[in-house]
Design a protein around this ligand. Structure first.
Ligand code: HEC
Length: 126
């Protein structure tokens, strides 16, 4: 447990120092989405659950780093909301998978994707 806390603390310090951590985190997020997508295509619950877990772990970074370090605008509060929504939608996706409600699961997947796009839109003024 102590090691985990130390690792998280180190991550947040690095994130403040450079964009390296955010880039690595986003690569993981992309991997997680790819894995979920593949899971739906090949009917693999395991892939989907693994993808969700990857996303949950990477989303947690936003609770340990200051989003303001990455977002050069007055939209920090909005980004923080997106982060909370992502956590909530991932939970709902996991629940739908647990109940084998696949139509519900794909709808939640779309919500997860929408969170990615929402935050990027803010950051990049898309
Ligand atoms: C709370 C804000 C936020 C959320 C939510 C978010 N991202 Fe990001 N994303 C960023 C930031 C900040 C960057 C780095 C800045 C940039 O590339 O403009 C980034 C960059 C990326 C990149 C690199 C893009 C490039 O052009 O190299 C990928 C890939 C990515 N994100 C994937 C995702 C995926 C997939 C999700 C959803 C599961 C997601 N992100 C959700 C903030 C977010």
């Amino acid at each position: 447990m102590k090691k985990i806390i130390l690792a998280l603390a180190t991550c947040s310090v690095m994130a403040m120092a450079s964009g390296t951590t955010i880039d690595a985190t986003m690569k993981l997020m992309q991997q997680g989405m790819d894995q979920i997508n593949t899971g739906f295509m090949v009917n693999s619950k395991e892939d989907i659950l693994q993808g969700i877990s990857t996303l949950e772990n990477s989303n947690a970074i936003f609770t340990t780093v200051n989003v303001a370090d990455f977002i050069k605008s007055n939209k920090v509060a909005v980004a923080n909301n997106v982060n909370k929504n992502l956590a909530k939608d991932l939970k709902a996706l996991k629940k739908a998978m647990g109940e084998s409600k696949y139509a519900e699961a794909t709808a939640q997947y779309a919500k997860v994707l929408n969170n990615c796009v929402a935050c990027h839109t803010i950051i990049r003024g898309w």
